[in-house]
Design a binder for this molecule. Structure first.
Ligand code: ADP
Ligand code: MN
Ligand code: MN
Ligand code: MN
Length: 342
């Protein structure tokens, strides 16, 4: 007997990479063993030139395929060159190094993935040739005048749970047709791998409902909220005390750090981080308790309990989780190490 393995990878499209996948039929005895390497045409994914187009897919994370069911699998892959070095589009390999270096600090992340459904060229819920009622009632709303796409959202949530992903919640967002799911808290590679699979499942689930989902950070210009990927972060020391929370917040504001982070937090970040719509301007760094207009927020219970985590509110919905988690671990864990707060 055989089963189907959907090999999924992140391509080389700039400025924002896309997900690609194809199906491999494997003999049952391939299960339990390490899944085989595979290849693809990198010249069709912005990952190679035509004359040397082969690229290698190396399985790194596997889970049950909730779309096909049965014994079938989803297989997230890293992209390698034919000499087995990481391809330049492979940001996971770099995160693996940083996670190994700072693993003793036990960093964990919860990422809030916002996204928007589209039907043709309009967000779901936007009337033809016009705009719906202004923002105000849609966030966490109920009722068919406020909620668009709940059937898709429920199907996606169920698929993520069937796949065994660490989804921690969902909610309707501020703009009609805009939603959020959260993954984590989990270790850096885990949360990132699972977020990429959850994104793939979002697109794939929406296909069956004839709508599309986008991670565009500012899908409607003007007085409408953008879509972000708030990244919640803690280390063991931060989960046990408040001084390390402050050290982490301060470290993100030092020297060139604000720009080093923001320019890697997803294409089009200056369109979304305007200072309006619950954001801080992209070229200013500030942190604060309960402050949804800050770059980094310390949740109120964290101040009350004097321990917990911080929320980096800057990452765009289209951010690469391998990159944002690497930068946060690198900046904050280096500072915590220096301060002797580990
Ligand atoms: P918001 O109020 O910003 O909308 P959410 O409930 O959507 O908050 O998301 C909060 C996220 O923070 C969740 O993904 C949760 O898993 C994560 N989280 C909770 N505790 C921690 C922690 N100690 N370290 C890292 N992430 C955490
Ligand atoms: Mn949220
Ligand atoms: Mn949100
Ligand atoms: Mn948030």
């Amino acid at each position: 007997m055989t089963f189907k393995a959907e090999y999924i990878w992140i391509d080389g499209t700039a400025p924002t990479a896309k997900l690609r996948s194809k199906t491999k039929i494997l003999a049952d005895d391939a299960k339990g063993a390490e899944l085989p390497l595979w290849g693809f045409d990198g010249s069709s994914t912005n990952q190679a030139k035509g004359h040397a187009s082969d690229r290698v897919l190396k399985p790194v994370f596997t889970c049950p395929d909730p779309i096909r069911g049965g014994a079938d699998l989803l297989v997230l892959c890293e992209v390698l060159n034919t000499d087995m070095t990481p391809h330049e589009s492979n940001t996971r390999a770099e995160l693996a190094e940083v996670e190994a270096r700072f693993g003793a600090q036990e960093p964990i992340f919860g990422i809030e993935q916002e996204y928007t459904f589209f039907e043709g060229d309009r967000p779901l819920g936007f009337p033809v040739g016009g705009f719906p009622a202004a923002q105000g009632g849609y966030y966490c709303g109920v009722g068919s005048d406020e909620i668009f796409g709940r059937d898709v959202v429920e199907a996606h949530l169920e698929n993520c749970l069937q796949a065994g992903l660490g989804i921690s919640g969902i909610n309707a967002e501020v703009m009609p047709g805009q939603w959020e799911f959260q993954v984590g808290p989990l270790a850096p590679l885990e949360v990132s791998d699972q977020l990429w699979i959850a994104r793939w499942l979002l697109y794939r689930t929406a296909e069956d409902f004839k709508v599309s989902a986008t991670l565009d950070p500012k899908p409607v210009k003007g007085d409408w909220n953008g879509a972000g990927a708030h990244t919640n972060f803690s280390t063991k020391a931060m989960r046990e005390g408040y001084a390390p929370i402050i050290t982490a917040c301060e470290s993100l504001g030092e020297g060139s750090k604000p720009m080093d982070h923001v320019k890697n937090y997803g294409a089009g970040i200056d369109d979304r981080l305007t200072g309006l719509h619950e954001t801080a301007p992209w070229d200013e760094y500030k942190y604060g308790v309960s402050d949804r207009g800050a770059s980094v927020r310390i949740p109120w219970q964290v101040e009350v309990e004097q321990k917990g985590y911080i929320e980096d509110r800057r990452p765009n919905a289209n951010v690469d989780p391998y990159v944002v988690t690497r930068l946060l671990v690198d900046t904050c864990c280096t500072a915590l190490e220096k301060a002797g707060q580990v």
